[in-house]
Ligand binder design. Structure first.
Ligand code: BDR
Ligand code: CA
Length: 313
């Protein structure tokens, strides 16, 4: 039986790559997309998610719109220099035919988890506000979810949205602190590993040669994203963020993990930094926090081969 997953997403170029990787993986059953601000505003994230389902030929997969702002502050705004004004590499697609469902993202997440106890894997690859809202509305989802695999955070390495913090967590640190503190099985696939997964120009160029609508769409949207990495990080190619979370769900043996309690800094210039408490000493602010499964090493070549093979299938 394929694993049922819900992807909570802010598409986003790498979100698009991750969603298509999941759709093309027969071991996964994508039962819905829920949307969130981050790379774009939430409404555009929903429009893009509906468009992506139409491009992929899976318009029956529901898209539920999430909240528009973080728990305690207004959204700081999208990142067109990374993902394009349209979140899709500035290719400016026509409007989709369909639309999101009426249910909100937190309602959809709760309904699906509670009606399929133990079966649903949540894969948030954007800020964690919808997941925190779902926890507040129905705390029993912690007992009924299969697991939560998050792209976000940085345990032992610098940030990307600031010197301290990774973008998804930085966009709503209060939500992230709630999600990492809830009593459920959480894996963090953060910059500790995603900055080690490097898709080189030849991999990206290879998408152009794959003869299906999903790979062709990726080939169209990736140049803008690639330019961002090349100009900002002085590198060729891209880091693989959101697809690394999908890869973890498919095959956790790609990663080495450590189990640490985590807190998220919510103040000052380190706002959004995920801090693990390492070692045996008891530290009051980390006391009674659950252990988070933190990815610290990754087999990058095998992960990239897996994603490209799925796209070719
Ligand atoms: C994360 O931030 C977003 O720009 C990407 O889609 C990814 O989810 C990486 O820090
Ligand atoms: Ca994302």
């Amino acid at each position: 039986m394929p694993r049922k997953i819900i992807i909570d997403t802010d598409p986003g170029v790498d979100d698009t790559m991750a969603i298509f990787f999941a759709l093309k993986s027969t071991a996964l059953d994508v039962i819905g997309l829920t949307t969130i601000f981050g790379n774009v505003h939430t409404n555009l994230a929903s429009t893009n998610a509906v468009r992506l389902m139409e491009i992929a030929g899976t318009p029956q997969i529901p898209v539920a719109t999430g909240v528009a702002n973080p728990l305690t502050r207004a959204f700081g705004g999208p990142v067109p220099f990374v993902h394009g004004d349209d979140g899709q590499g500035n290719i400016h697609l026509p409007p989709p035919q369909g639309k999101p469902i009426e249910q909100s993202a937190p309602e959809f997440i709760i309904e699906q988890i509670m009606s399929h106890p133990g079966e649903i894997t949540l894969v948030p690859v954007g800020p964690l506000t919808n997941i925190a809202m779902a926890l507040r509305l129905e705390p029993r989802i912690t007992e009924n979810v299969h697991e939560v695999v998050i792209m976000g955070g940085n345990a032992l390495v610098p940030g990307n949205a600031s010197p301290a913090a990774e973008a998804n967590i930085r966009n709503d640190p209060e939500a992230a602190d709630l999600v990492f503190g809830a009593p459920w099985p959480v894996t963090m696939v953060g910059l500790d590993v995603t900055h080690k997964v490097h898709m080189a120009p030849q991999h990206l160029d290879h998408y152009k040669t794959i003869n299906n609508a999903l790979a062709q769409h990726v080939a169209r949207i990736v140049p803008h994203y690639r330019n961002y990495f090349e100009s900002s990080f002085d590198m060729e190619g891209i880091y693989v963020h959101d697809s690394s979370a999908i890869a973890y769900v498919l095959d956790p043996t790609l990663f080495k993990t450590e189990q640490w309690p985590l807190r998220v800094e919510t103040e000052g210039f380190s706002r959004g930094k995920t801090w693990p408490s390492i070692g045996k000493r008891t530290r009051p602010d980390w006391e009674n926090r659950p252990l988070v499964n933190v990815c610290v090493e990754v087999d990058s070549p095998r992960l990239i081969d897996m994603e490209i093979a799925a796209m070719e299938a």
